[in-house]
Design a protein around this ligand. Structure first.
Ligand SMILES: [Fe+2]
Length: 488
């Protein structure tokens, strides 16, 4: 392996940091590298051409008081595959917040479980305000640039998808909304448009927008809600966008006291907004369903009079912590997808009758589902879901789920190995939905190293096609993206 150090950053985190989300599989990196001539076990397929991007929550500084893993500074990782070869790069996203904190030598903004009043700066980002836009949640590729985003709403940072150089913030040709943009922007490969939403503490509390293939904000409407909400993800079909109002949101009475405490209201329904993709606020149709919280949708499509939406229903969105649990144990218990009991559910919204029906597609605990992105918004058959670890936030396996037959193929990683969000990369010239590869970065605590694992998407249980070594063990994180060579 040949490596080049691109930059080294000074951190004030302790050498022997024992924080559960800054150590072990969550240990952050503070060196940026480019690496090539990578050691490969097996062979990198020659028909795998494009870039696997992965965002991670990778803190540089100690928090003001209490760290939550979703506060970590964004560090992007890329593995670029070309003609049977691979190049790796990792770089911090040069957010305005990170740059200000580097100048300050420490944290300036309060994190998710800290009070906004704790922030050392009056300004900031996020639906809750006075947060740092860490841009560490999600990543997509739009118009040839990687765009990273922050779950609490903020800017979209533009990066070169290969060098990972930060190029600035996205402007939508001057139309970027003052309310910011949430994570989980959706690029429709079939139209070239980007769909997005945001949420805030000010009425109407949510907006929905469409960016044209030329990069201009062409559509932006109010999605009025009864109050501030914590919607995390959206879905779309060929003709509709789907937003949600789950009954888990900041407790309004605590908010009056300046505290932002998520609370579950099981007596309220989950509400879904079905919006014609270029429709107005008055065109929104609302559907009601069982109360839950949904972190991520898998896909949606149209079928006759119905809209079909698949996602991860949580049976217990706010599990009761043990009596003697500390504040930190309480907040981290909400990161355990097993205690939230996240399972695959299908909702159907009938546009003729206005009725909602819902059914469980699998009672296995899974989340972070990825599909062949050419099928986004269209009928599909396969999703590739993460198997969460027990007791904390991490992934230690992958499940290929056939949503037509219900068949599931599980691939468990070895003890001590942790996956990232696994993407499906279609083989060059593929026609079948699962003709391609599954890619995931694996952090191996046993060998103190990371590698990119390549599996056959048609038969992931057949074993690795290749393992591509990386220069340093990387941190866990949340979202990843596959961009074929044709869009780079
Ligand atoms: Fe997410």
């Amino acid at each position: 392996m040949k490596t080049e150090v691109l930059a080294e950053f000074e951190s004030n985190l302790p050498e022997d940091d024992a924080h559960p989300y800054r150590s072990g599989p969550w240990r952050p990196q503070h060196t940026e590298r480019r690496a090539w001539d990578l050691e490969v076990q097996g062979e990198i397929p020659r028909d795998l051409n494009g870039v696997y991007l992965r965002n991670t929550e990778n803190p540089l500084h100690l928090p003001i008081s209490t760290y939550h893993p979703f506060d970590g500074d964004g560090m992007l990782h890329s593995m670029h595959f070309a003609d049977g070869d691979a190049t790796y790069v990792n770089r911090f996203i040069r957010t305005a917040g990170l740059q200000a904190e580097i100048e300050n030598g420490g944290a300036l903004w309060a994190g998710f479980v800290e009070s906004p009043a704790d922030a050392l700066r009056e300004d900031g980002w996020g639906a809750r305000t006075r947060m740092k836009d860490a841009s560490s949640t999600d990543v997509t590729v739009f118009r040839g640039s990687a765009l990273t985003s922050f779950w609490q709403c903020g800017d979209l940072y533009r990066l070169d998808p290969l060098s990972l150089e930060t190029l600035g913030t996205e402007t939508f040709a001057g139309g970027f909304p003052a309310e910011g943009v949430s994570a989980h922007t959706k690029v429709d490969e079939n139209t070239g448009e980007m769909l997005f939403f945001n949420y805030s503490t000010e009425a109407p509390f949510m907006h929905y927008g469409v960016v044209s293939p030329a990069g201009e904000l062409e559509h932006y409407i109010d999605v009025p809600l009864p109050g501030p909400r914590l919607t995390h993800d959206m879905a779309f079909t060929e003709n509709f966008a789907i937003l949600s109002d789950c009954p888990l949101f900041w407790d309004p009475s605590a908010m009056e006291a300046g505290l932002y405490l998520p609370r579950y209201f099981p007596d309220l329904p989950t509400r879904f907004a079905v919006i014609p993709r270029r429709g107005q606020t008055s065109d929104i149709r609302w559907f009601e369903a069982d109360p839950t919280y949904v972190l991520h949708w898998i896909n949606a499509y149209e079928e006759g009079d119905e809209i079909v939406l698949d996602g991860f229903f949580q049976r217990d969105p706010m599990p009761r912590p043990p009596k003697d649990a500390s504040f930190e144990q309480v907040i981290y218990s909400h990161l355990d997808l097993h205690s939230l009991q996240a399972e695959v559910r299908r909702w159907r919204f009938n546009l003729t009758t206005g009725a909602t029906t819902e059914e469980t597609l699998s009672d296995r605990v899974m989340e972070f589902g990825m599909i062949n992105s050419g099928h986004a918004g269209r009928p599909y058959r396969y999703s590739y879901n993460a198997l969460p670890t027990q007791g904390w936030f991490g992934f230690n396996g992958i499940v290929k789920q056939d949503v037509v037959t219900g068949a599931e193929t599980a691939v468990a990683l070895e003890e001590g190995q942790f996956a990232s969000e696994t993407v499906m990369a279609p083989r060059d010239g593929a026609t079948a939905e699962d003709d391609g590869y599954l890619l995931t970065f694996v952090s191996d605590m046993n060998a103190d190293s990371s590698f990119c694992l390549i599996l056959d998407a048609a038969d992931p249980a057949a074993g690795p096609i290749a393992r591509v070594a990386m220069p340093e063990r990387i941190s866990s994180g949340t979202h990843a993206h596959w961009a074929p060579e044709s869009v780079l």
